[in-house]
Ligand binder design. Structure first.
Ligand SMILES: Nc1ncnc2c1ncn2[C@@H]1O[C@H](COP(=O)(O)OP(=O)(O)O)[C@@H](O)[C@H]1O
Ligand SMILES: [Mg+2]
Length: 277
């Protein structure tokens, strides 16, 4: 079965796109067939895949979502260097939410479109926009899993409840099987007390739901989009590359796990784990 993994957090600048690109590349490195989907009108994933001018593309994920005649196969592009396919996005996508509002089955448009190519991929990784609007809901409805990148700084945890509520609503109404694969601490500054304290707080509050992997802060990540490479290619032996390879291993290892019980949703586990010892 194809696993479809949304990288979601309505905050901007927390490492969603970086995680989507490098998780997709790290999975591809191990052999599975990968499709990465850019669902952010800023097109950052598209640029990071080596497509310098997304706004010049004639077809993008916007057309897939808004035109029933347009198929994923005619829009996807190939990154030979990362050994994966990707669905590009550009600024046009910012008009899609408004257009989808009047659509029948508007929350499931992406799911329906991806279904036509499921037999061609082992993993589909979706880079969500920095909002909880209809595009993000489309990603969550299409997904089997969600990974939440969380920046290790004080305001990083703000908004987690809102995201949880959206995930809960999607589960209740549209996609009961949606599984939180984990919270990924990102942009971690291991040498600052501040980052350490926040990470401790995150682990205290979310317990088992936090991956045992932290992505350390490194300037290298800011350099990869310009190079059109993943961190695995750009700095193959760096801590960042190791972290994303470890994340790919953790994601693959989850396949043998038993399905996560409904009671393990973020909010409830918070109550269980924060009480007195
Ligand atoms: N681990 C990291 N260390 C340092 N900078 C990072 C790291 N991860 C991401 N960045 C940088 O932070 C900025 C925001 O990251 P990005 O992945 O685009 O976040 P989002 O998609 O959530 O907006 C980018 O400039 C990116 O290069
Ligand atoms: Mg982004």
């Amino acid at each position: 079965m194809t696993r479809i993994i949304s990288i979601a957090n309505q905050k901007g600048g927390v490492g969603k796109t970086t995680t989507a690109v490098n998780l997709a590349a790290a999975l591809a490195e191990k052999g599975p067939r990968i499709l990465a989907v850019d669902l952010d009108p800023q097109g950052h994933l598209t640029i990071n895949m080596g497509c310098r001018r997304p706004d010049d593309l004639e077809l993008s994920v916007y057309n897939v979502l808004t035109d029933h005649r347009v198929d994923v196969r005619e829009v996807r592009l190939r990154s030979e260097s990362m050994k994966l396919d990707f669905l590009p996005a550009n600024i046009e996508l910012s008009g899609a939410e408004l257009q989808l509002v009047t659509e029948f089955g508007r929350e499931s448009v992406l799911k329906d479109k991806l279904e036509t190519v499921l037999d061609e991929y082992d993993y589909i990784v979706i880079d969500c926009p920095p909002s909880l609007g209809l595009l993000c809901v489309n990603a969550l409805v299409a997904s089997t899993d969600v990974i939440i990148p969380l920046q290790c700084e004080y305001f990083g945890m703000k908004g987690m409840q809102q995201l949880q509520r959206t995930i809960d609503r999607v589960r209740a109404k549209l996609n009961p099987g949606l599984h939180i694969a984990g919270i990924l601490p990102t942009i971690y500054k291991s040498r600052t007390l501040h980052s350490q304290e926040v990470l401790e707080l995150v682990r205290e509050r979310y317990g088992d739901e936090v991956f045992n992997i932290t992505v350390d802060s490194s300037i290298r990540f800011a350099e990869t989009p310009l190079a059109g490479q993943s961190i695995l290619q750009y700095a193959s032996a760096s801590p960042g590359a190791r972290a994303y390879r470890a994340l790919a291993d953790a994601v693959i290892a989850q396949e043998s796990d038993a399905p996560v019980a409904e009671a393990e949703v973020l909010g409830q586990s918070t109550r269980v784990r924060v009480g007195p010892a």
